[in-house]
Design a binder for this molecule. Sequence first.
Ligand SMILES: [Zn+2]
Ligand SMILES: [Zn+2]
Length: 325
Amino acid sequence: MTEEPKATLSAPPAGARCAIHPALDAQATCQGCGNPMCASCAEQGAVAICPACRQRTFETGPFPYTREHWSLDGLLSLCLSRFKAHYRVLMLVCGVGILATWVIAAAGILITFRLDPSHGTHLGKHGALFLQGFANVVQTLCQLGCELLAIGVSLDVLEGRPTGVDAALARLRRFPAAVLQLAVIYAGVAALAGLLYVLVRVVVSSRATAASLPLLVLGAAIVAVPAIYAGLGIMFALPELMHEPASSPLSALQRSFQIASGKRWAVFGIALLCGLIGCSGLLFCCVGVFATLPLATLLYCALFLTLKNHTPRGQSESANPYWHV
Ligand SMILES: [Zn+2]
Ligand SMILES: [Zn+2]
């Protein structure tokens, strides 16, 4: 919130008029396009870039927000501008993912139905169960691959890198690491579920019927609170894995915890908002998800970048024109 801006602005040529407001005298020169700007365009000397350049960089420039400087309003308008500027590649990548997930889910249901022992199959109950499990694993892996693609393209769009099919497919290099990371997360979930199971068994076997229900609720809360805490902590593990090509599954999990640390309410709120945006597409005969899912992914990745980036030490607000957008 310091005021020390005017020193960074370059003076306009003598007698120059504002490029956007020709009736007004120019007070500074835009450092983006070189056009003269009036006091209002330069926000009384607070910004060094004209509104047109700000709008343009807002659509395609580097990611503007940091952990110290961001707002939900800013994130939403940034995601909307970037979505408008890159909707084709975003919708293509997410759309392929959605379609693949649907197809595999349908195939899984069909296989399960066809192999149902009551329909006279020769596989038997165990064979059918095995095939169903196999279908689930394939679906999970396919979904993970699609998530990698969607997150990778979203990060490219948000950080102003060129996007394309090649760049998107190159992202799949992180697939083995992502599978390993998912296995670690599943192991954690299984451990928590095991803990809950043991708790339930203990409560049920204690036969203290009057006290058992509150005890069970207490037990569930004891498991649920750290589960939600840890769940919010690992929310950025996949984007981190994509963002840092050299990171390992475990180091990305650890870094995700650091990124979410101290910001869990913001993460919780925006995760909820992403879920709402993503699901709102289902209201429009399901096809809406082809637009709302990429937008939700963009917002999720934008939050990741915001909380990961730090404002350089000693940099004043005037150094970053986006903070005024
Ligand atoms: Zn300009
Ligand atoms: Zn002007």
